[in-house]
Design a protein around this ligand. Structure first.
Ligand code: FAD
Ligand code: 2HG
Ligand code: ZN
Length: 474
């Protein structure tokens, strides 16, 4: 192993091979604090050639690699296992925006560019890179592609895979595939770009990408709407689609429990409405500089919603500051729930028409398994995607984290069974990582798992790329 480490030092420089526990600390534990491991080394290459040399050296040495971007993943896919024998390959130094072409509508970036920096580069040329996540200040494009990230703009622009035109990837044996052509039309065989998107570092290391840009949308009309229940939220989505059409950009649901945690733990957070409601929708219309009818469209949506009892009250943002405050109530939920105590996360999708019944039935199931458990239910209802995250019961005002941990396996199994029965997915947007790989395989057909294993075997026969992630035992 000393030989490998010495060689890696010659490739990337001594300063970028981290072997001391204090230097590795930020790379071996994830954002949740739940997933933690140990690494042989954290290696920080500065170019595609260096990534290729690092991967080739690990391939020759038979050493496993864990690619890592911003380390904001929520399923333990970007941190090493407990064995201490894996190399964490961080893309954090690869932060160059290689090219922006507003007319072609493309931006070409290194994989380590932070999402917010891609958004800013697009804005500088009057364009929009629409992907939007609460973690956008630290997650990287490589991580977004590797997880096929979702977020709050999927309703209008699609998942990450719909925003990518081409990739550059270092393969598990160190060869480089340059697929950065950025063509909208290219029917010349299997779509390798799409194969690597969502592969969670198990098929290669993404080092560069060509992404799609869209017309900038500087105009917004934003409302925080109190709705009586999930069924009303889903019906309101239909009303918003009717009145706002393509301007409908955001449609997020938040339950009262989630809002209460934000109000308790997020400095400066204020409930925008006087009376409490069990459920809320954050609704936003967005338009280009010449789209002047957004406020009227929003009023039409809210007017019909109140008349038909789909909404009981609403706060409309009257300034950029008020808009930011409404968004903070939504984007602050992950952090607030973490501050509150232990969290059992579930990132599920269901057919939208089944969401309301599903939430009601699963609420009863989890309450039966762990009385007092607090569902913090929120997310991208316009995509059928709920974060059904459980907080522990309160005992004398304190979160009983041990009770939640003891009941966790049974709670997750019951929730996943209900998802499967509803023809949904147990991972809508966060991926499988280490935490959900086994569960996902159990719910997939043998044919589907066989096909996935065949792909893995073809590209990574040595099983050195992120072993244990996405496919159990691979
Ligand atoms: P990492 O966490 O570093 O890695 C994630 C996975 O990708 C790992 O399996 C890793 O091995 C692999 N990987 C990383 N970089 C590469 C690469 N260059 N090549 C190959 N494999 C690679 N996710 C959503 O989908 N929607 C949300 O709305 C959302 N909101 C979030 C809000 C908060 C507060 C937080 C903490 C997380 C949120 N996430 C969300 C999850 C997370 O931000 C995304 O999964 C993001 O895409 C991960 O990017 P990253 O650079 O941090 O990747
Ligand atoms: C969101 O939509 C993210 O806010 C994070 O996907 C969800 O923290 C979570 O569980
Ligand atoms: Zn989400």
């Amino acid at each position: 192993m000393t030989d490998l480490l010495d060689h890696l030092r010659t490739v990337v420089g001594d300063d970028h091979v981290l072997t001391e526990p204090a230097d590795q600390a930020a790379y071996v534990v994830d954002w949740t604090g739940v997933h933690a491991g140990r690494a042989l080394a954290v290696v920080r290459p500065g170019s595609t050639d260096e990534v290729a040399a690092v991967v080739a050296a690990c391939h020759r040495a038979g050493t496993a690699i864990v690619p890592q971007g911003g380390n904001t993943g929520l399923v333990g896919g970007g941190v090493p296992d407990a064995g201490g024998g894996q190399v964490v390959l961080s893309l954090g130094r690869m932060r160059t925006v290689r090219d922006v072409d507003p007319v072609a509508g493309t931006i070409t970036v290194d994989a380590g560019v932070v999402l917010a920096d891609v958004q800013a580069a697009a804005e500088r040329v009057g364009r929009l890179f629409p992907m939007s996540l609460g973690s956008e200040g630290s997650c990287t494009i490589g991580g977004n592609l590797a997880t096929n990230a979702g977020g709050t703009a999927v309703l209008r622009y699609g998942m990450t895979r719909e925003l990518a035109l081409g990739l550059e990837v270092v393969l598990p044996d160190g060869r480089v595939w340059d697929g950065l052509r950025g063509l909208r039309k290219d029917n010349t065989g299997y779509d390798l770009t799409q194969l690597f998107i969502g592969s969670e570092g198990t098929l290669g290391v993404i080092t560069g990408a060509v992404l799609r840009l869209f017309p900038a949308t500087p105009r917004h009309a934003t409302a925080w709407v109190a709705v009586p229940d999930v069924a009303a939220a889903v019906a309101l989505l239909g009303v918003a689609q009717e009145h706002a059409g393509a301007h409908l950009a955001t449609f997020e649901i938040v339950n009262r429990q989630a809002l209460d945690l934000v109000l308790a733990h997020l400095p400066g957070a204020v409930d925008p409405l006087e009376a409490p409601s069990e459920w809320y929708v954050l609704l936003e219309l967005a338009g280009t500089g010449t789209d002047t009818g957004l406020d009227d469209a929003l009023e039409a949506v809210l007017g019909e919603a109140v008349e038909t009892d789909l909404a009981t009250d609403a706060a409309i943002a009257g300034s950029p500051g008020q808009r930011a405050a409404l968004w903070a109530l939504r984007e602050g939920i992950s952090e607030a729930q973490k501050v509150e105590g232990a969290t059992l996360k579930h990132d599920v999708t269901l057919p939208i028409a089944r969401l309301a019944d599903w939430v009601a039935a699963v609420g009863q199931t989890v309450a039966g398994l762990l009385p007092g458990v607090r569902p913090v239910t929120y997310g991208h209802v316009g995509d059928g995607n709920l974060h059904y995250n459980l907080s522990a019961p309160l005992v004398e005002g304190r979160s009983d984290d041990d009770a939640l941990r003891s009941a966790a396996a049974g709670l997750s199994a019951a929730i996943y069974d209900a998802v499967a029965a509803g023809n949904g997915s147990i991972s809508a947007e966060h991926g499988l990582g280490r935490t959900k790989a086994a569960a996902a395989a159990a719910y997939k057909s043998d044919v589907e798992v066989d096909l996935m294993r065949a792909v893995k075997q073809a590209l990574d026969p040595g099983g050195l790329m992120n072993p244990g992630v996405l496919l159990p035992g691979a």
